[in-house]
Design a protein around this ligand. Structure first.
Ligand code: MSP
Length: 655
C-alpha cells in the first residue's frame, strides 16, 4: 500500500497525538503523604509511557490553596495562609523532584493565571446562561472539613457518613443551577461510558445523579481566603468550583496566551482519588457545559492507601510519609512498590516491611540479580563486551514478541500490576533459559564460540526489553541498567520494545548490585528506634504455639531457598559429622559445611540435588567457612536430606 503514496508523503512525520493528564491539586494544610505520592507516581507512569510511545504529553499537578481548611490550619500555626501555602508547596516541589516526577507544569491556585481563568469561566456562564448563577438563601448541614453541604439523609448525630462534624448553617449565597443538568449529565454518561473509570465508580456516579441533583452553593461570606466573587466582593468563590478550574487556568484559559488551552484541552485523564470522583464527574462537567467548554475525556478514580486497614488521617495520627524509604533505597523502590502492590482502583494497606520484602524479592533478587548474572557472563566470556553474534530466532525472542503487545494493552488499561507481572514472565523465562543452558559449562567445554555468543546475547537482549518495559516505573534504574547492559540508556521508546536493539561488541559494566539487598528486620528495628512517634508494636491476641513464634509470609520470603547440586564433597578433618561440600546454584559455586556425615558418605552426595538456604550469613565450622546451609530433617539426631526431582534446574527458588 505504501508504494501508492508519493515519496514525500511516505517520509512525512506522523503527527503526534496530544495527551493531557492531570492529578488532583493537593490541599496545603499539611505536608504531602503517601496518597499524594501515589497519585503523582501513577500519573507519572502514565505520562512517561505515553511520551515514549510518541504522544505530545502535557502533565499537570499543583496545589489547592484557598478555603476554610487552609485558613484555619494557618491560624492554628499563627501564620498567614499564604505563608503556610508557600511552605507546603516547597515540600511538594521537593518531593516531586525526589520521586522523579516528570510534570510539565505545577499550578498554585493563588497564582494570577488561575484567578484569570476562574473569572473567565464565571463570566462565560453568566453570559451564556444567565439564570444558571443566582443569589439565594441556603440552610443546611455544612461540613467544614469537606467544605461542602451534606444532604440531610447522610447526617446522624451531628456527623456525616465519614464521621466529620457538621453544623447547621444558613448563608445567603450565589448558587449554580446544577439541578438543570441532571438529564444532560445522565445522557453524557450513557453516551460516554468511558467517562468515569473504573466502571464501579461510574455506576456510583450514575446512581447519585439519578436521585436528582440539587442546586449548588458556589460562594461563601464566612471566609476571606479565596477569590472574590465578581461584582460582589463580600463573597468568595466556593473553593471546589475554583479548584476544578485549575485544569484549564493552567493552560492559559481566559488569557491572551491560551495556546496551551487550544492545544491540550480537553484533558485525556483527570487522575483523582475515589473520594473526589463525584466532584470531577458531576460538578465539573456541569460547570463546563454551562460555560460552553468541551468536557474532559476521562475521570479515573484510584483507590486509597490505608494503614492497618484504616484510612490514614492527621487526627488518627497514622499518616504515612515514607521519606526514609526514598532516602535509603531511592525513588524507584517506592515507585515500584506502590504500582506493583496496588490493584489499580482498589484500596491497599501500606507498610515499610512489605515494601522492603518486595524490594528484596523482586528488585534485588529477580531483576537485579538476573542483570548482574548476565552481564558478568558477557564480561568474562567476551572481554567486557556484549557478544559478537546477535540471534533472531530463538525462544526468548518469540516470548518477548508475544509479551510486549500484552504488556502494552495492560498499560493502556492502567493495569500496572498486571503489566509488571507480564514483564516478569519474560524475566522468569530468561532465568530458566540461563539455568537450563548452563553457559558456564558450555564455556568450559567449547570456549566463547558462536553458540555461547547467541546464548548470552539472547539473555542480554531479552533483559534489555524487560528493562524497557519497566522504564515508566523505574526511570532512573532503567537508565543505569541499560548502560550496564551495553544498550543505549536513552532508548526506551516503542521501537526499543522490539527485538534486536542490543548492539554487538558494546562495552558492558560489571559493578555493585543495582538494588542492594536489605536486612528487613534490622532496618525496621533501626528506623523504629529513630522514630519516636512510631506506633508501638501491635500486640497479637493469638498465642504463638509453644516453641516457635509465628512468622509472617514476608519473613518467610526473606529466606532464599534454592535448589543446588553437590559437585564435590569431603569430610572435614577430625570431625565425624561435618562434610564440606562444593555446591552449584547454576552460575556460581560455593562451599557449604553440613553436619550430615553420620548418615551420608561424601561419595554418595556428589551429583545429588539438595535444597540450600542461600542467604545465610557465612559461618566458620571447624575452621572451614560455610556459605549457606543444606536442608535436612532430623530424626532423633539422624539427618535425612530434603531432596527434589533431579530435573529441577540448579538455582531454582524454593518457596
Ligand atoms: N484539593 C482537593 C482536590 C481538588 S482537585 C480540583 C483534595 N486535596 S487532597 O490533598 O485532600 O487530596 C489530593 C489527592 O490525594 C486526591 O485525589 C485524594 O483522593 C488523594 N488522596 C488523599 N489521601 C489518599 C490516600 N490515603 N490514598 C490515595 N490517595 C489519597 O482532595
Amino acid at each position: 500500500m505504501l508504494g501508492e503514496f508519493p515519496a514525500a508523503l511516505q517520509s512525512a512525520p506522523i503527527p503526534m497525538k496530544k495527551f493531557y493528564i492531570t492529578t488532583a491539586i493537593n490541599y496545603v494544610n499539611d505536608d504531602p503523604h503517601i496518597g499524594h505520592m501515589y497519585e503523582s507516581i501513577a500519573a507519572d507512569v502514565i505520562a512517561r509511557h505515553r511520551r515514549r510511545m510518541g504522544d505530545d504529553v502535557r502533565f499537570l499537578t499543583g496545589t489547592d490553596e484557598h478555603g476554610q481548611k487552609i485558613e484555619r490550619a494557618a491560624a492554628k500555626e499563627g501564620v498567614l495562609p499564604i505563608e503556610l501555602a508557600d511552605r507546603v508547596v516547597r515540600a511538594h516541589h521537593d518531593l516531586l523532584k525526589r520521586l522523579n516526577i516528570s510534570n510539565d507544569d505545577f499550578i498554585r491556585t493563588t497564582e494570577a493565571r488561575h484567578r484569570i481563568g476562574v473569572l473567565e469561566v464565571i463570566r462565560r456562564i453568566q453570559e451564556r446562561t444567565p439564570d444558571d448563577i443566582y443569589l439565594g438563601k441556603h440552610s443546611g448541614w455544612y461540613c467544614q472539613s469537606e467544605e461542602t453541604f451534606i444532604a440531610e439523609n447522610q447526617v446522624r448525630d451531628g456527623v456525616d457518613q465519614d464521621g466529620h462534624k457538621v453544623e447547621w448553617t444558613t448563608e445567603k449565597n450565589y448558587f449554580f443551577a446544577l439541578s438543570r443538568y441532571t438529564e444532560r449529565l445522565l445522557t453524557h454518561y450513557r453516551t460516554h461510558p468511558e467517562f468515569v473509570w473504573p466502571p464501579t465508580r461510574l455506576n456510583e456516579v450514575i446512581a447519585f445523579v439519578e436521585q436528582g441533583l440539587r442546586d449548588l452553593s458556589i460562594s461563601r461570606t464566612s471566609i476571606k481566603w479565596g477569590i472574590p466573587f465578581p461584582g460582589n466582593p463580600d463573597h468568595v468563590i466556593y473553593v471546589w468550583l475554583e479548584a476544578l478550574i485549575n485544569y484549564i487556568s493552567a493552560l492559559g484559559f481566559g488569557s491572551a496566551d491560551d495556546e496551551n488551552f487550544r492545544n491540550y484541552w480537553p484533558a485525556d485523564i483527570h487522575l483523582v482519588g475515589k473520594d473526589i470522583v463525584r466532584f470531577h464527574s458531576v460538578y465539573w462537567p456541569a460547570f463546563l457545559m454551562a460555560a460552553g467548554i468541551e468536557l474532559p475525556r476521562r475521570v479515573v478514580g484510584h483507590g486509597f492507601w490505608l494503614r492497618d486497614q484504616m484510612k490514614i488521617s492527621k487526627s488518627l495520627g497514622n499518616v504515612v510519609r515514607p521519606y526514609n524509604i526514598i532516602d535509603d533505597f531511592g525513588a524507584d523502590a517506592l515507585r515500584y512498590y506502590v504500582t506493583r502492590e496496588m490493584v489499580f482502583g482498589q484500596d491497599q494497606d501500606y507498610s515499610d516491611q512489605s515494601l522492603l520484602t518486595r524490594y528484596n524479592a523482586d528488585l534485588a533478587n529477580d531483576l537485579g540479580n538476573t542483570l548482574s548474572r548476565a552481564i558478568k557472563m558477557s564480561d568474562s566470556y567476551f572481554g567486557g563486551r556484549t557478544p559478537p553474534t546477535p540471534c533472531d530466532d530463538n525462544e526468548l525472542m518469540r516470548q518477548a514478541q508475544a509479551i510486549v503487545p500484552q504488556y502494552l494493552r495492560q498499560m493502556d488499561e492502567l493495569a500496572f500490576q498486571r503489566a509488571i507481572e507480564t514483564a516478569w514472565q519474560l524475566l522468569v523465562s530468561i532465568n530458566g533459559y540461563i539455568v537450563s543452558r548452563e553457559p558456564w559449562k558450555h564455556f568450559k567445554e567449547h570456549g566463547a564460540d558462536e553458540t555461547l555468543s547467541r546464548m548470552i546475547w539472547n539473555s542480554l537482549e531479552s533483559l534489555r526489553i524487560v528493562w524497557v518495559m519497566m522504564a515508566p516505573f523505574l526511570p532512573s534504574s532503567t537508565t543505569e541498567a541499560l548502560a550496564r547492559l551495553g544498550a543505549d540508556p536513552g532508548r526506551i521508546d516503542a521501537k526499543a520494545l522490539e527485538w534486536g536493539g542490543l548492539p554487538n561488541g558494546a562495552p558492558v559494566r560489571v559493578t555493585d548490585p543495582i538494588f542492594p539487598r536489605v536486612d528487613v528486620a534490622q532496618y525496621i528495628g533501626e528506623t523504629k528506634m529513630q522514630d519516636p512517634t512510631a506506633p508501638p508494636p501491635i500486640e497479637t491476641t493469638q498465642a504463638a504455639p509453644p516453641g516457635l513464634a509465628k512468622i509472617s509470609i514476608e519473613q518467610f520470603m526473606d529466606v532464599d531457598l534454592r535448589v543446588a547440586e553437590v559437585r564435590a564433597a569431603e569430610r572435614v578433618p577430625k570431625s565425624k559429622k561435618l562434610i564440606k561440600m562444593t555446591v552449584s546454584t547454576g552460575d556460581e559455586e560455593r562451599t557449604i559445611v553440613g553436619g550430615i556425615g553420620t548418615k551420608y558418605t561424601p561419595e554418595e552426595l556428589v551429583g545429588r540435588k539438595v535444597v540450600i538456604v542461600a542467604n545465610l550469613q557465612p559461618a566458620k565450622l571447624m575452621g572451614v567457612e560455610s556459605n549457606g546451609m543444606v536442608l535436612a530433617a532430623s530424626i532423633d539426631g539422624e539427618p535425612s536430606l530434603v531432596s527434589v526431582d533431579p530435573s529441577v534446574p540448579n538455582g531454582t527458588r524454593v518457596r
